[in-house]
Unconditional design. Structure first.
Length: 346
């Protein structure tokens, strides 16, 4: 099929673009190239005749209409979003504009195309969201498809709003949507503002490794390539209106992730050992959710998906990728906000 992917120059989006092409699909990548986008992530597919790039902002409705009319996609995978919690604390308006209004424009443009095509049952609008819309867990329990929404940050609130719009377009207009909420992604080509790439690159530069508070916040870690496989499975196999929670079943405290990365780096780059000496505890993020965890039973039972990577394996492969690909990450170090503490406002 021909898939229109928004945010395809981002971390998860680029993994989805490559996975879709590997499965024989055509891909139209719509991305406005914000600070976190990196077209270099797609260098190995840029020459594929089944791949097209459109530099378009999803809030630019005339440009978006042109893309839909020109390419006539069979499906949409909507990943474009502002996604960094710290940045949402400092500048929430951008998150509302992109995540809420951008999703509205995507839904309405997709509905226009779907209706013009005669409302085919095979069309899909796949909205990719986050487990952060569910708020924070205590020491026990997991999020699933029935968990009530309880967003705690401007980022998660804007994603919650977009989720509700997607469901409303299904219920009100009949648009064949599917929706997924994922846990924390990691892996190659992640922009260096998130925990794992920041830790790796700071350690290599012998800079402090910042840990918010005591580092006891727990996340469920999902390798980006496992996530891409799950997303394409949902797109092609799920029934319209279905929702799936996608998690790596790999919970870990932030401090444990950082210490594991330090041990891997001690092995790979012993001249810098012990890298754990660089760990520095800093003032915690306002409203920092304590724990996320996803129960992926539904996608496992109904669609047969399970993650292929263990957390240890995935972290080792991720460190090795960053060590071998300085030419990818070095130019990103000068981009806005990289290396600067954000999100301290109250």
């Amino acid at each position: 099929m021909k898939i229109l992917v928004t945010g395809g120059a981002g971390f998860i989006g680029s993994a989805v673009v490559k996975a879709a092409l590997a499965k024989g699909h055509e891909v139209v990548n719509v991305d406005c190239l914000t600070y976190a986008a990196c077209l270099a992530s797609l260098d190995d597919v840029a020459g594929d005749p089944r791949y097209t790039f459109e530099k378009v902002d999803i809030c630019d409705r005339p440009a978006l209409n042109r893309v839909f009319e020109t390419h006539q996609p069979d499906a949409v995978m909507h990943l474009a979003a502002e996604s960094h919690v710290d940045r949402s604390i400092d500048g929430p308006e951008t998150f509302v504009q992109t995540n809420v209004m951008g999703t509205f424009h995507m839904l309405d443009a997709a509905r226009s195309l779907w209706e013009a095509k005669g409302r085919p049952d095979t069309f899909r609008f796949h909205h990719i969201s986050t487990d952060e819309v569910f708020g924070s867990l205590g020491e026990t329990g997991k999020f699933d498809e029935e968990t009530r929404y309880d967003p705690r940050s401007p980022y998660s609130a804007s994603k919650a709003g977009s989720d509700h719009l997607v469901r409303a377009w299904h219920e009100t207009y009949g648009l064949p949507i599917v929706l997924t909420n994922c846990s924390n992604n990691y892996g190659p080509r992640q922009f260096p503002e998130k925990l794992i790439p920041v830790t790796i690159l700071n350690a290599l530069a012998r800079k402090p490794l910042p840990i918010y508070g005591a580092g006891l916040n727990v996340r469920d870690w999902l390798h980006v390539e496992d996530h891409a496989e799950a997303l394409l499975l949902v797109l092609t196999k799920a029934e319209p209106g279905a929702t799936y929670a996608i998690g790596g079943e790999a919970e870990a405290k932030n401090i444990d992730i950082v210490q594991t990365l330090c041990r891997i780096l001690d092995d790979r780059r012993p001249d810098g050992a012990p890298h754990a000496d660089l760990i520095t505890h800093v003032i915690d993020r306002p409203g920092h959710d304590q724990r996320y965890a996803i129960d992926p039973s539904r996608i496992r039972t109904e669609l047969g998906w399970t993650p292929a990577h263990t957390l240890q394996q995935g972290l080792e492969e991720t460190v090795d990728w960053y060590l071998a690909n300085q030419a990818w990450w070095e130019p990103l170090q000068s981009r806005d906000g990289v290396g600067t503490r954000l999100g301290q406002s109250k």
